[in-house]
Write a protein that binds this ligand. Structure first.
Ligand SMILES: NC(=O)c1ncn([C@@H]2O[C@H](COP(=O)(O)O)[C@@H](O)[C@H]2O)c1NC=O
Length: 542
């Protein structure tokens, strides 16, 4: 098994790529550093390294305590300001002696003169990381506790240092400490590096403030929401890795994460080639399709549309049934399953050329079986998406809607209306219900024929419902279409689409109803002796 072979390639550039003597412009020696960090990992080694390189350290409360405990001389901020840290840490570094030392543009004689007059020494390096606001919210803390974790002094220092990057280097990420220690050895960071560090710092404070603003909007301005859609939507995405290319080879592409755990973007790749842009998009569609069902379910996707969805007593049976829907199209498909992958399923999948398999877990040995195929990408996807809304970007803005989820009112067969024919038995109704849920995974206009808890014919993405119906029937073939359970994602505007299905001999049809010509459609179903239910709910999917 090649555990990390396919993980996206990180593309954060190191900041110290040039030796100051060998081309780095305007390196600034680091003589004095201000260190104030919540996350104290790597702090002792950093402080020791800076001290060894002759850098004076100034620091806040417990950061200073930890540095001193490591045997490194450190000046407490309070000694510098002559003002005690107070109000439970709400005021520590918010003082002109700190901020003038960070903000003085040392390229300017006048700024240097003013510092001298004021008796303020400049800082060359600012190392800060912020109170864990997002983590505190996620822990279920009380509103007061969350508010207390909004860092004020930290972002002020970070933004000040980033603004003043011609004079100051700013570091917000403990992963950069190694580069800091390299830089002090070679005469400091060059201007290009300080600019890059400043960009990283502003990204850090922007993401932080976005999290705070979103939390405040949701919690304290709900009356400004329209049907639960907030007045302000902020999201920051961080590039997680490069992709070979986008939807087509001439399109550059990269993978981004919102920093929250779970979901496809944060899936762990256990084996296989690098994921492509299209692999990610198809895996997202496959995950959505497979997790629409409570029973063990497998969805096989090509170009975001299903070429097979099925449930089974176990996941291997579900896969056999899903694959049988359209074996030709399943070649090179993307598979998602809603249960742990068993050895039996792994052996079946390894027989078929498959681009991706995504599952919440893998039984012992299953990944090794799949890994016999060099190219299959094996993803472990944990956590279901918690996003309450779908965003579609438009030129100049976006449209945002509540995520389409199954409704008790229209998606539970107990609440359907019998529009024509004989009422179905409980087992038959379960078959029709499977068709209805599976149809939601098909791009509109969608018609899906199912039998025995498996799709047998799918008509997807057509610009009229008649063609979708024809496609579903044709793909099912005469024998499988006869007696099948049919679902339509939206109403039949005319009887013609329905008549394609009844002519093929389907046993029952489920559709939302609501067309002005419902009467004609019902009449056509009744004439053909076909049972038809109305759900009252539509599931377009574009
Ligand atoms: N209020 C201030 O003046 C202030 N100055 C720095 N901080 C934060 O205090 C933390 C470090 O404090 P300590 O060294 O006491 O652990 C850092 O996360 C820093 O971002 C502050 N805290 C909150 O705003």
């Amino acid at each position: 098994m090649t555990a990390t072979e396919g993980t996206p390639r990180p593309i954060h550039p190191p900041v110290t790529r040039h030796h100051p003597q060998s081309g780095s412009l305007q390196a600034r020696p680091i003589r004095r550093a201000l260190v104030s960090v919540y996350d104290k990992s790597g702090l002792e080694e950093l402080a020791q390294g800076l001290h060894a390189a002759g850098v004076q350290l100034v620091s806040t409360g417990s950061t200073a305590g930890k540095i001193a405990a490591a045997g490194v001389p450190v000046t407490k901020v309070e000694e510098l300001t002559g003002f005690p840290e107070c109000l439970d840490g709400r005021v520590k570094t918010l003082h002109p002696k700190v901020h003038a030392g960070i903000l003085a543009d040392l390229r300017l004689d006048d700024h240097r003169r003013q510092l001298a007059d004021l008796g303020v020494e400049p800082f060359d390096l600012v190392i800060v990381n912020l109170y864990p606001f997002r983590e505190t919210v996620a822990s279920g803390a009380t509103p007061d506790e969350c508010v207390e974790q909004i860092d004020i002094g930290g972002p002020s220092m970070v933004r000040a240092a980033a603004k003043n990057h011609p004079s100051v280097a700013v570091v917000v990420n403990p992963a950069r400490y190694g580069e800091v220690l390299e830089a002090v050895e070679v005469g400091g960071f060059g201007l290009a590096d300080r600019r890059r560090l400043a960009a990283e710092a502003f990204q850090h404070t922007a993401a932080y403030d976005t999290a705070v603003a979103s939390w405040f909007t949701d919690r304290y301005a709900p009356e400004d929401a329209y049907n639960g859609l907030p007045e302000f939507v902020g999201e920051t995405l961080e590039r997680k890795g490069s992709l070979r290319y986008g939807e087509n080879p001439h399109q550059a592409a990269a993978l981004y994460t919102d920093g929250e755990p779970g979901g496809i973007a944060n899936a762990e790749q256990l084996h296989g080639k690098e994921m492509s842009f299209n692999n990610y998009v198809d895996t997202e569609a496959a995950r959505r399709a497979a997790f629409d069902h409570d029973e063990p379910c497998v969805a096989i996707i090509k170009h975001a549309n299903p070429c097979g969805i099925a449930t089974g007593h176990d996941i291997a049976e579900a896969h056999r049934k899903a694959h049988a829907c359209d074996p030709l199209s399943a070649y090179g498909g993307v598979i998602a399953v809603n249960r742990p992958v068993t050895i039996e399923l792994a052996e079946q999948v390894a027989e078929i050329f498959t681009e991706v398999i995504a599952a919440p877990a893998y039984e012992a040995g299953a990944v090794e079986v799949l890994a016999k195929k060099k190219n299959i990408r094996v993803l472990k996807v944990e956590g279901l998406p918690t996003r309450p809304g779908d965003v579609k970007f438009l030129s100049g803005g976006a449209v945002i809607q509540h995520t389409d989820v199954f409704q008790a009112a229209g998606d539970d067969p107990a609440n359907w209306t019998l529009a024509s024919g004989e009422a179905l038995s409980a087992d038959e109704l379960a078959e029709l219900s499977f068709a209805w849920r599976a149809c939601r995974a098909v791009k509109s206009n969608a018609i899906l024929l199912a039998k025995d808890g498996a799709s047998v014919g799918v008509g997807m993405g057509q610009v009229n419902r008649v063609d979708s119906a024809k496609l579903a029937v044709e793909r099912a073939g005469e024998e499988r279409a006869r007696g099948a359970y049919a679902a339509s994602d939206a109403f039949f505007p005319f009887p013609d689409g329905l008549e394609i299905l009844t002519a093929a001999g389907v046993k029952a049809v489920v559709q939302p109803g609501g067309s002005v010509r419902d009467e004609q459609v019902v009449e056509a179903a009744a004439k053909a002796g076909v049972t038809m239910y109305f759900t009252g709910t539509r599931h377009f999917f574009h």
